[in-house]
Design a protein around this ligand. Structure first.
Ligand SMILES: O=P(O)(O)OC[C@H]1O[C@@H](O)[C@H](O)[C@@H](O)[C@@H]1O
Ligand SMILES: [Mg+2]
Length: 222
């Protein structure tokens, strides 16, 4: 089936830049302060997941969900964010993951629209530091959506902002929750990461270095 491709929608953390690593380090610092063991493997479940839902998952890991009031949980999430903000303060346009700069340039040259669908409330700050804010036709972050990934809302809002139908979008994610959100939005899903984590993605690449516009469009067009 030949569909008419109109836009690419990117996830930010772990696709455009390696902030997924900074989220992990910030959560690990908070978990250590709480005496909770938190590994890279545990962190896989948190990718793409909102700040408060991530906190709940960490507290569950340490069987400490009932130990804190709602206000205390807010304060813990704020503390994690302070760790995160310290880690991202030196981000520059040199911090794009491999092949992302070229992919963005190819998408723009092809006349396709460019959107961002991020679960992070820090997305605008990071995009600004990367020098990408003005390059994108539409940016939707966690501040303006009611539901986090795997709910499709953030991807649907991005498509709406670009003025295109979901079926005309290819979206790229590094999180299982993100791929679920893309498929629930009725879009074509490109995953970056280990094949076994992304059963429902349309294409899986081991790393961003392998992303190629030509190849992705070939598979999209079937
Ligand atoms: O705390 P923030 O910046 O709003 O980010 C929320 C989530 O944003 C997602 O993009 C990350 O994959 C998650 O790891 C993170 O928890
Ligand atoms: Mg991500």
């Amino acid at each position: 089936m030949v569909r008419s491709l109109k836009a690419f929608i990117f996830d930010l953390d772990g696709v455009i830049t390696d902030t997924a690593e900074y989220h992990f380090l910030a959560w690990k610092a908070l978990a250590e302060e709480l005496g909770i063991s938190f590994t890279r493997e545990d962190n896989e479940q948190l990718k793409g997941v909102s700040r408060m839902d991530s906190l709940e998952k960490i507290l569950e890991l340490g069987s400490r969900t009932g130990d804190f009031s709602a206000d205390e949980k807010q304060a813990l999430a704020e503390k994690k964010n302070e760790h995160y903000l310290t880690l991202i303060q030196n981000i520059t346009p040199d911090d794009l993951l491999p092949a992302i700069k070229e992919l963005i340039a190819d998408i723009k040259t092809s006349g396709l629209k460019l959107g961002l669908a991020s679960a992070s409330k820090n997305a605008f700050t990071v995009m600004e530091s990367l020098g990408l804010k003005a390059e994108f036709d539409g940016i939707v972050d966690a501040k303006t959506v009611a539901h986090g990934k795997p709910h499709p809302e953030v991807f649907l809002r991005a498509a709406e902002m670009l003025g295109v139908e979901p079926e005309a979008c290819i979206s790229i994610e590094d999180a299982a929750a993100g791929i679920q959100a893309i498929k629930a939005a009725g879009m074509f899903a490109v995953a970056v990461g280990p094949k076994e984590s992304f059963e429902n993605a349309d294409i899986v690449y081991a790393s961003t270095a392998e992303l190629s516009l030509e190849k992705i469009i070939e598979v999209y067009n079937g």
